[in-house]
Design a binder for this molecule. Structure first.
Ligand code: ATP
Length: 434
């Protein structure tokens, strides 16, 4: 993981938040390449699950909701981790991250061998809304994006004329006061989720669960994750969350070990029923064909945009020897690579830079491109390898004669020559999602 963290900082994928003040635990900033990568991941997810399907619609709800939402959802009473304190060094740990008979993980430093009994710690981040002390209300930054989907369920289906089986998707920030943020961006206190609540008839929930296992898994393959580094983890019945009838996670083998990439839960009718009860508003659905009113069941694929980005970074990272030198290359799938093509003049002089610059400007209208004329061509290729740019287009002396360029493939390091007029269609074929 150290190499990946260092590359992320060096090349501007991810920085520690508030770095010049010593950083703030569990918060991260995405730099110029990182923001493109994460945005491409989120856009691909939205494109796949919302824009390409006629049974899912989108939502972008507020981060701060009415405090009653969190009471109804069970988060005020149930959303906690068990934590233990070291009596010696006062550090806090999640009780489920080690055995109860183990010593403080910080023991070599603190010498402490005594941990307190586990106690519940609510992970929601509190905030206060309103200017004056007497009128201000305590509420929370949302710990998951899905609750407003349930709260807005009726507004969405009536305004969009959707009927079960259908889903509502949302991408957005979520906040959790994690006891031990760690493993780079894997466990943060501020992160982004990509969630779908899929509403169906209760008798169809098992069938939709299977369908979602299939669809969710395939999306990860589509953006380039290696299948052998993914697996399913079925939660045992006794450890299911209060709302879940069944949960199975897609796990990924990160460089620090296996970790949850996304959860898939059968939430039954728990959330709609709870919000109906607490708000006094009916959130059931009337099926006009069957002339029957029912509360839909919900299947929830809930993915993390940051964890997906981290999995993509781990999967793409390769170190190899090329002609006696080390090459670091990020093998991003072209579909999500931050830069699709770099346009490089072989040398700055003899009019090559002008041709390359003009060509880059014309491609920029359609693709995320990058122009670089500084340094030896080999060094420029290496910089683009580290940025994960799948194609480097070189303008050389032959370009002046016959309007052709070479295109270097990042992974194979082979080159093809083609007419400049054919490059746009050639790129489109390779970098656009299908
Ligand atoms: P974990 O067991 O790792 O704490 P969880 O089961 O609490 O995760 P969910 O509530 O199912 O996670 O959230 C859905 C998804 O949101 C997770 O699969 C993950 O991708 C993402 N996620 C949850 N917590 C965090 C976090 N602290 N940092 C980054 N991503 C997170």
């Amino acid at each position: 993981m150290e190499q990946i963290v260092s590359l992320c900082k060096r090349r501007g994928f991810i920085f520690q938040s508030s770095g010049i003040y010593g950083g703030i635990n569990g918060c991260w900033d995405f730099g110029p390449l990182g923001v493109e990568l994460k945005r491409n991941i989120k856009n691909d997810w939205w494109w796949t699950f919302v824009q390409q399907r006629d049974d899912i619609v989108g939502l972008d709800s507020s981060i701060i909701a009415h405090p009653s939402v969190w009471k109804a959802s069970g988060h005020v009473d149930e959303f906690h981790d068990m934590l233990v304190d070291c009596k010696e060094c006062k550090k806090r740990f999640r009780a489920d991250h080690f055995n109860s008979d183990e010593d403080c993980p910080n023991k070599p430093k603190c010498g402490g061998a005594h941990l307190t009994e586990p106690r519940a710690f609510n992970m929601m981040l509190k905030t206060r809304l309103g200017a004056s002390d007497d009128s201000a209300v305590d509420t929370y930054l949302r710990p998951e994006t899905c609750q407003s989907i349930f709260v807005d369920f009726k507004d969405v289906y009536t305004s969009s004329r959707m009927a079960p089986p259908f889903g509502i998707a949302q991408i957005g920030k979520a906040f959790r006061n994690e006891i031990n943020p760690r493993n780079f961006i894997f466990r943060s206190r501020e992160f982004e989720q990509m969630e779908i609540e899929f509403f169906c008839r209760p008798e169809e929930e098992a069938q939709w669960f299977e369908q979602w296992m299939h669809d969710a898994w395939n999306w990860y393959l589509g953006i380039g994750l290696t299948a052998s580094k993914m697996r399913w983890y079925e939660h045992p019945k006794e450890s299911l969350s209060h709302y879940s009838k069944r949960t199975t996670d897609i796990e990924y083998e990160f460089t620090f070990g296996w970790g949850e990439l996304q959860g898939l839960a059968n939430r039954g009718s728990y959330d709609l029923t709870q919000h109906s009860k607490h708000s006094g508003k009916d959130l059931s659905f009337f099926d006009p064909d069957k002339k029957e009113r029912y509360t839909p069941s919900v299947i929830e694929p809930s993915a993390g945009a940051d964890r997906t980005t981290l999995a993509i970074l781990c999967d793409a990272y390769y170190e190899e020897q090329v002609e006696g030198e080390q090459r670091i290359v990020m093998r991003f799938h072209p579909r999500i690579a931050p830069i699709k093509a770099a346009i490089l003049p072989l040398v700055k002089k003899d009019g090559l830079a002008e041709i390359a610059e003009g060509f880059e400007k014309s491609l920029r209208k359609k693709f995320a491109t990058f122009y670089d004329q500084g340094g030896a061509i080999g060094r420029r290729y290496r910089r683009m390898d580290e940025a994960g740019t799948p194609y480097c287009i070189c303008v050389d002396y032959q370009t002046k004669e016959d309007e052709t360029v070479t295109i270097r493939d990042r992974d194979a390091m082979t080159q093809v020559r083609m007419k400049m007029s054919e490059v746009s269609a050639w790129l489109d074929e390779r970098v656009s999602p299908k």
